[in-house]
Design a protein around this ligand. Structure first.
Ligand code: HEM
Length: 251
């Protein structure tokens, strides 16, 4: 058995996956934290206050999880949905009534979307309340504002896709409101609709924005946001010294 284990562990295939042996010393253990893309999010040492559930309420993490759920359920919905004014409405009805777990899939996508908007806003309120927008995190605050706009954009573009009365009139009203913006309103309205009123061109554009452009940008910018959290020294609470650290410094 040991021979087999040695053979596997020393093989080129194994070593191409795992470059180091077991982390059985402090240096290797901290290397795991600093070189692994998933663990890298957590600093090697953190202030106790920053990991208290009631400090961040985990709102940023919940928002990230909602994005992952939306991506997975959205890809599955794409298997059944064609963005055509002739079929879109019936595709959704078929998804809900004929496809196994179709209703669950649609509801998971819908509720996660509502929740993502809610938690992104609450996360912003939490960041403001704890003063985490201040130096050196002001850039990440701006990145966050872009994320919020993209999240709202994803919600808005998804609204048209069921192609029912609610969707049609909500987008008619929404794009008309955009049209009243004094400088670029009319241009934005025309670019979004692809014509004078909601029609096939609008559905194609909203679909493209909803399944490719906005999720792609969100993925890229959420990655930047999380990387900046790490580079800015973890959560702002880390800057408050632990009682024990203060005691050591004063001793
Ligand atoms: C798609 C939307 C967003 C996602 C997925 C997201 C994700 C996260 C995560 C996972 C964290 C670290 C843990 C936590 O604080 O819960 C974080 C921190 C942070 N976020 Fe967001 N965020 C989003 C939107 C925003 C918005 C709208 C703002 C503000 C305008 C913002 C500003 C910040 C700042 C400044 C930090 C550092 C907080 C600190 O040091 O205490 N984020 N974000």
């Amino acid at each position: 058995m040991k021979k087999l284990k040695d053979f596997i562990v020393n093989s080129r295939v194994w070593r191409s996956f795992f470059r180091h042996g077991w982390p059985d010393n402090p240096l290797d253990r901290s290397l795991i934290m600093t070189t692994n893309v998933f663990f890298h999010l957590h600093p090697v040492r953190v202030n106790k206050r920053s990991i208290k559930a009631l400090y961040s309420f985990g709102l940023g993490v919940i928002t990230t999880i909602m994005f992952v759920v939306l991506s997975i359920t959205g890809i599955l919905e794409m298997f059944y949905y064609v963005p055509s004014v002739d079929t879109a409405y019936f595709d959704i009805i078929t998804l809900q009534t004929q496809v196994p777990f179709g209703q669950l899939l649609r509801n998971m996508h819908r509720w996660s979307a509502h929740l993502m908007v809610l938690t992104a806003v609450l996360h912003m309120v939490r960041v403001f309340y704890t003063g985490a927008y201040k130096r050196p995190r002001e850039f990440n605050w701006v990145v966050g504002v872009v994320l919020l706009i993209l999240t709202l954009g994803a919600s808005f573009t998804g609204y048209l896709l069921p192609w029912d009365q609610l969707a049609f009139w909500a987008i008619t009203v929404g794009t008309s409101v955009a049209g009243y913006e004094p400088m670029f309103g009319k241009l934005i309205q025309k670019l979004l609709l692809g014509g004078a009123e909601v029609g096939q061109a609008s559905l194609t554009r909203f679909y493209g924005l909803h399944v490719m452009v906005i999720p792609g940008l969100l993925l890229l910018i959420i990655s930047l946001h999380l990387w900046r959290v790490r580079k800015d020294g973890g959560l702002a609470a880390n800057e408050v010294k632990d009682e024990i650290e203060t005691e050591v410094e004063n001793a």
